[in-house]
Design a binder for this molecule. Structure first.
Ligand code: SF4
Ligand code: SF4
Length: 163
Protein backbone atom coordinates (compact mmCIF):
# COMPACT_ATOMS: atom_id res chain seq x y z
CA UNK A 1 0.00 0.00 0.00
CA UNK A 2 1.33 3.46 -0.89
CA UNK A 3 2.47 5.31 2.22
CA UNK A 4 1.16 8.86 2.60
CA UNK A 5 3.54 11.65 3.40
CA UNK A 6 1.60 13.04 6.37
CA UNK A 7 2.78 14.70 9.62
CA UNK A 8 1.25 11.74 11.53
CA UNK A 9 3.38 9.25 9.61
CA UNK A 10 6.49 11.40 10.02
CA UNK A 11 5.87 11.37 13.80
CA UNK A 12 5.56 7.57 13.79
CA UNK A 13 8.62 6.91 11.62
CA UNK A 14 11.34 5.25 13.72
CA UNK A 15 14.18 5.84 11.23
CA UNK A 16 15.98 8.23 13.62
CA UNK A 17 16.48 5.28 16.03
CA UNK A 18 17.91 3.06 13.28
CA UNK A 19 21.61 2.12 13.23
CA UNK A 20 21.75 3.05 9.50
CA UNK A 21 20.37 6.54 10.19
CA UNK A 22 23.43 8.78 10.03
CA UNK A 23 24.37 12.36 10.81
CA UNK A 24 23.78 13.49 7.22
CA UNK A 25 20.19 12.20 7.35
CA UNK A 26 19.73 13.85 10.72
CA UNK A 27 21.05 17.20 9.44
CA UNK A 28 18.76 16.96 6.41
CA UNK A 29 15.85 16.04 8.74
CA UNK A 30 15.25 13.05 6.48
CA UNK A 31 12.86 10.21 7.30
CA UNK A 32 9.70 8.50 6.13
CA UNK A 33 11.72 7.08 3.26
CA UNK A 34 8.94 4.60 2.45
CA UNK A 35 6.84 7.59 1.34
CA UNK A 36 9.45 10.16 0.36
CA UNK A 37 11.96 7.95 -1.39
CA UNK A 38 15.69 7.41 -1.13
CA UNK A 39 18.08 9.35 1.03
CA UNK A 40 20.22 12.11 -0.44
CA UNK A 41 23.06 10.98 1.83
CA UNK A 42 25.81 8.40 1.53
CA UNK A 43 24.43 5.24 3.06
CA UNK A 44 26.15 2.45 4.94
CA UNK A 45 23.77 -0.36 5.70
CA UNK A 46 24.04 -1.08 9.42
CA UNK A 47 20.65 -2.78 9.75
CA UNK A 48 17.07 -1.71 9.22
CA UNK A 49 14.35 -1.45 11.85
CA UNK A 50 11.48 -0.66 9.44
CA UNK A 51 9.88 -3.98 10.43
CA UNK A 52 9.26 -2.63 13.94
CA UNK A 53 7.69 0.60 12.75
CA UNK A 54 3.94 1.32 13.17
CA UNK A 55 3.84 2.81 9.65
CA UNK A 56 5.22 -0.48 8.29
CA UNK A 57 2.37 -2.47 9.83
CA UNK A 58 -0.31 0.14 9.15
CA UNK A 59 0.47 0.10 5.43
CA UNK A 60 1.16 -3.65 5.24
CA UNK A 61 4.66 -3.06 3.91
CA UNK A 62 6.81 -6.05 3.07
CA UNK A 63 10.33 -4.72 2.88
CA UNK A 64 12.84 -2.39 4.42
CA UNK A 65 15.83 -0.21 3.63
CA UNK A 66 13.55 2.34 2.02
CA UNK A 67 16.31 4.91 2.51
CA UNK A 68 18.28 2.84 -0.03
CA UNK A 69 15.60 1.56 -2.38
CA UNK A 70 12.99 4.29 -2.18
CA UNK A 71 9.30 3.78 -2.82
CA UNK A 72 7.55 1.58 -5.37
CA UNK A 73 9.96 -1.29 -5.07
CA UNK A 74 8.01 -2.71 -2.14
CA UNK A 75 4.86 -2.72 -4.22
CA UNK A 76 6.62 -4.53 -7.07
CA UNK A 77 8.03 -7.14 -4.72
CA UNK A 78 4.64 -7.54 -3.07
CA UNK A 79 3.07 -8.21 -6.47
CA UNK A 80 5.84 -10.64 -7.43
CA UNK A 81 5.49 -12.56 -4.17
CA UNK A 82 1.71 -12.59 -4.42
CA UNK A 83 2.00 -14.03 -7.93
CA UNK A 84 4.51 -16.62 -6.80
CA UNK A 85 2.40 -17.67 -3.83
CA UNK A 86 -0.69 -17.75 -6.02
CA UNK A 87 1.09 -20.15 -8.38
CA UNK A 88 0.89 -23.15 -6.09
CA UNK A 89 2.44 -25.42 -8.71
CA UNK A 90 5.72 -23.55 -8.36
CA UNK A 91 7.83 -25.40 -5.77
CA UNK A 92 8.73 -23.19 -2.86
CA UNK A 93 12.46 -23.33 -3.54
CA UNK A 94 11.94 -22.15 -7.13
CA UNK A 95 9.56 -19.44 -5.96
CA UNK A 96 12.22 -18.22 -3.54
CA UNK A 97 14.82 -18.26 -6.33
CA UNK A 98 12.61 -16.15 -8.57
CA UNK A 99 11.92 -13.77 -5.73
CA UNK A 100 15.67 -13.54 -5.11
CA UNK A 101 16.07 -12.30 -8.66
CA UNK A 102 13.72 -9.52 -7.66
CA UNK A 103 15.95 -8.83 -4.67
CA UNK A 104 18.90 -8.45 -7.06
CA UNK A 105 17.18 -5.27 -8.23
CA UNK A 106 17.48 -4.12 -4.66
CA UNK A 107 21.15 -4.98 -4.68
CA UNK A 108 21.60 -2.87 -7.80
CA UNK A 109 19.85 0.02 -6.12
CA UNK A 110 22.15 0.02 -3.11
CA UNK A 111 25.34 2.07 -3.31
CA UNK A 112 28.73 0.36 -3.27
CA UNK A 113 30.51 -1.16 -1.36
CA UNK A 114 27.51 -3.14 -0.16
CA UNK A 115 27.64 -5.44 -3.22
CA UNK A 116 29.35 -8.14 -1.20
CA UNK A 117 28.53 -11.79 -0.83
CA UNK A 118 27.17 -11.04 2.63
CA UNK A 119 24.68 -8.50 1.28
CA UNK A 120 23.53 -10.97 -1.38
CA UNK A 121 23.00 -13.56 1.37
CA UNK A 122 21.26 -10.93 3.45
CA UNK A 123 19.02 -10.15 0.47
CA UNK A 124 18.16 -13.80 0.13
CA UNK A 125 17.40 -14.22 3.83
CA UNK A 126 15.28 -11.09 3.72
CA UNK A 127 13.38 -12.37 0.68
CA UNK A 128 12.67 -15.70 2.35
CA UNK A 129 11.53 -13.94 5.51
CA UNK A 130 9.32 -11.69 3.41
CA UNK A 131 7.73 -14.66 1.68
CA UNK A 132 7.16 -16.34 5.05
CA UNK A 133 5.52 -13.19 6.36
CA UNK A 134 3.27 -12.98 3.29
CA UNK A 135 2.28 -16.66 3.66
CA UNK A 136 1.51 -16.22 7.37
CA UNK A 137 -0.63 -13.20 6.55
CA UNK A 138 -2.50 -15.11 3.87
CA UNK A 139 -3.09 -18.07 6.22
CA UNK A 140 -4.50 -15.70 8.87
CA UNK A 141 -6.78 -14.06 6.31
CA UNK A 142 -7.99 -17.43 5.00
CA UNK A 143 -8.67 -18.68 8.54
CA UNK A 144 -10.67 -15.58 9.27
CA UNK A 145 -12.62 -15.95 6.00
CA UNK A 146 -13.25 -19.65 6.73
CA UNK A 147 -14.63 -18.77 10.17
CA UNK A 148 -16.90 -16.17 8.60
CA UNK A 149 -18.20 -18.72 6.08
CA UNK A 150 -18.85 -21.28 8.83
CA UNK A 151 -20.86 -18.75 10.83
CA UNK A 152 -22.89 -17.87 7.73
CA UNK A 153 -23.55 -21.59 7.06
CA UNK A 154 -24.73 -22.07 10.65
CA UNK A 155 -27.01 -19.07 10.42
CA UNK A 156 -28.53 -20.41 7.18
CA UNK A 157 -29.17 -23.81 8.82
CA UNK A 158 -30.81 -22.12 11.82
CA UNK A 159 -33.02 -20.11 9.48
CA UNK A 160 -34.09 -23.23 7.57
CA UNK A 161 -34.95 -25.02 10.85
CA UNK A 162 -37.15 -22.10 12.02
CA UNK A 163 -39.00 -22.01 8.68
S1 SF4 B 1 8.68 1.88 7.50
FE1 SF4 B 1 10.81 2.58 7.74
S2 SF4 B 1 10.96 4.36 6.41
FE2 SF4 B 1 8.82 3.94 6.67
S3 SF4 B 1 8.22 5.24 8.36
FE3 SF4 B 1 8.76 3.27 9.25
S4 SF4 B 1 10.89 3.39 9.83
FE4 SF4 B 1 10.47 5.12 8.44
S1 SF4 C 1 14.55 3.02 5.99
FE1 SF4 C 1 15.13 1.32 7.32
S2 SF4 C 1 17.39 1.27 7.10
FE2 SF4 C 1 16.74 3.25 6.37
S3 SF4 C 1 16.92 4.57 8.17
FE3 SF4 C 1 14.80 3.85 8.07
S4 SF4 C 1 14.75 2.08 9.42
FE4 SF4 C 1 16.89 2.49 8.92
Amino acid sequence: MKVSDTPENVKQCICPSCPSYNECMKTGMEGLFCARGKTECELKREGCICGQCPVHSAYHLLGGYYCAVGTGWDEDLGKAIKTLIGATFVPFKIAADIATDVSKNLEGAIPKPTKLASSIIEGRIWTLKTITKAIEKEIAELQEYKKKLEVEEEQKKEKVKVE
